[in-house]
Design a protein around this ligand. Structure first.
Ligand code: GLY
Length: 398
C-alpha cells in the first residue's frame, strides 16, 4: 500500500524567473482567505458570489453552509493549500473540520449522482491524507472512488457525467470536465492495488480523446454514446455558445485534464493532445490573456470574460511544462502560463471590501444565466494553485 504523499508525485514546475507581482498577488489571495476562514470555518460558501461576495451555501432545507453541489471541495482545497503555504493552524483546523461533511455526503448520498467526485474528494480527502496521513481521509477518498466507479458504463467504456444512470437524457453522456475527476481513480488503484479503477480511467480518457476533441483540437463540451453498444452518437454543449463552438472552460479542463492523465498513462499520447488543445486556446485569447466564456468570442464582442477558464488553463500549462523536456515548447508554455497569471493578477484579483473572493470576472453558465461576471470557487482555487505553483514551487493535489 502506498503511504500518504508518496504515490505518483505530481510534476514539479521548472524553476523560473517570475515577476514579483505574482508574489504580491499570492499574498493578497492568502489575505482574502484568512478573512474568509474566520467567517466560514467549517461551513461552505456558495458556488459563485453574488455582487462579488460569497453567501453561505443553501441546499434542500439543510442548515446554511451545508456541504452540497460539485464545488465545495474547492473551498476545502484552498484551505489546505493556504495551510501548506503559511503554516497557519486556522487553515488546517478549518479544512480538517470539513472532512466529516464529505463522509456524510457519501453515507447519505447527498448530491453525489454525478462524476465530480474527483473534484470534491481529491481536494478534500486526498489532500487531507497527503498532508496529515489521517486514515479516515484515505477511507473516505477510496469510498468516493467506489462511488465514481458505479458510473462507469462498460459497454461504452465511459463514466457517465450527470444524473441518474437510468435517465434517458443523461445516460451515456460524457463531458470534458471529467478528465479532472480521473486522478481520483488512479489514486485509488495506487492505494488499493486494484487495477479496475485505473482501467476505467484509461478507457474514459481514450474515449474523451477520440470523441470530445475535434480534428482542429477544439473540444465538444459533452458527447453522447449508446450506453450498451458504445455507438458514438455525437457532441453537444450545455454551457457553451453552441454545439459546435468551443466553451472556454471546457477547453481549459481539456488542457489540464489530458496533461494530468498523461502522468498516469505516458503511452497514450495525452500530453500531445494537451499541447494541441493549449495551442488552440492560446491562439484564440485576446492579447491580455483573459478568455471570453466561449472561444467563439474575443475582445470587442461585448461578451463577458470567464477568468476561471484562464486560471485553469494556466495550471494546465504549468502541468504541461512539468512533463515536457527542456526546450522551446516548454519555454513557450511556461511564458504563456506566466502571462495568464500576471494578467489575471492585474485585471481580476479581488480585494476587500469590494469582494471577498480571490478572482473576479468569472462565468458559471452564460446560457443558464448563472454566475455571470461573478467570482466562483473554482476560479479562486485554480488562481491560488497557479500562483502557488509558480512562486513557491508548490505541488498540487491532483
Ligand atoms: N465542471 C462544471 C463547470 O465547469 O461548470
Amino acid at each position: 500500500m502506498a503511504s500518504a504523499g508518496s504515490d505518483n508525485a505530481p510534476a514539479q514546475v521548472p524553476a523560473t524567473a517570475f515577476d514579483n507581482a505574482l508574489d504580491t498577488a499570492l499574498e493578497l489571495a492568502l489575505g482574502q482567505l484568512a478573512a474568509n476562514v474566520r467567517r466560514f470555518t467549517e461551513c461552505f460558501p456558495d458556488d459563485t458570489t453574488t455582487g462579488n461576495h460569497y453567501t453561505l451555501r443553501q441546499f434542500d432545507g439543510h442548515p446554511p453552509g451545508v456541504n452540497a453541489g460539485w464545488t465545495s471541495g474547492f473551498w476545502t482545497g484552498m484551505l489546505w493549500t493556504a495551510y501548506e503555504l503559511t503554516g497557519a493552524t486556522a487553515f488546517r483546523q478549518a479544512a480538517a473540520s470539513q472532512l466529516p461533511s464529505f463522509a456524510w455526503r457519501l453515507a447519505k448520498r447527498v448530491q453525489i449522482d454525478h462524476h465530480d467526485l474527483g473534484f470534491l474528494y481529491t481536494l478534500s480527502a486526498i489532500a487531507a491524507w497527503r498532508i496529515t496521513g489521517d486514515p479516515e481521509a484515505r477511507r473516505i477518498a477510496l469510498q468516493a472512488a467506489d462511488c465514481l466507479m458505479q458510473r462507469y458504463l462498460p459497454g461504452a467504456g465511459i463514466i457517465q457525467a450527470w444524473g441518474d444512470l437510468d435517465d434517458p437524457a443523461q445516460r451515456g453522456r460524457i463531458i470534458i470536465d471529467c478528465l479532472m475527476n480521473l486522478p481520483l481513480l488512479h489514486w485509488a488503484s495506487a492505494q488499493s492495488g486494484d487495477n479496475r479503477y485505473r482501467d476505467a480511467a484509461l478507457s474514459h480518457a481514450r474515449q474523451s480523446r477520440k470523441y470530445l476533441v475535434r480534428p482542429d483540437h477544439s473540444s465538444f463540451h459533452t458527447y453522447h454514446f449508446d450506453p450498451v453498444s458504445g455507438e458514438a452518437l455525437g457532441g453537444s454543449t450545455a454551457q457553451g455558445a453552441s454545439d459546435d463552438s468551443c466553451w472556454a472552460r471546457g477547453q481549459a479542463w481539456g488542457i489540464y485534464g489530458f496533461a494530468l492523465n498523461h502522468r498516469h498513462a505516458p503511452d497514450l499520447g495525452l500530453l500531445d493532445i494537451a499541447c494541441a488543445q493549449a495551442d488552440y486556446f492560446l491562439a484564440r485569447l485576446p492579447e491580455h490573456g483573459i478568455a471570453c466564456w466561449d472561444l467563439a468570442y474575443g475582445d470587442g464582442s461585448g461578451e463577458p470574460w470567464d477568468s476561471s477558464a484562464s486560471a485553469i488553463a494556466a495550471c494546465g500549462l504549468l502541468e504541461i511544462c512539468g512533463q515536457l523536456p527542456d526546450g522551446e515548447a516548454r519555454a513557450r508554455y511556461q511564458a504563456a502560463a506566466l502571462h495568464l497569471l500576471g494578467s489575471l493578477a492585474r485585471r481580476c484579483a479581488a480585494r476587500q471590501p469590494g469582494s471577498d473572493a480571490l478572482l473576479l470576472h468569472g462565468v458559471y453558465s452564460k446560457p443558464h444565466g448563472q454566475g455571470i461576471d461573478e467570482a466562483n470557487l473554482w476560479g479562486d482555487f485554480f488562481y491560488l494553485e497557479g500562483l502557488a505553483r509558480v512562486t513557491r514551487g508548490w505541488t498540487s493535489y491532483w
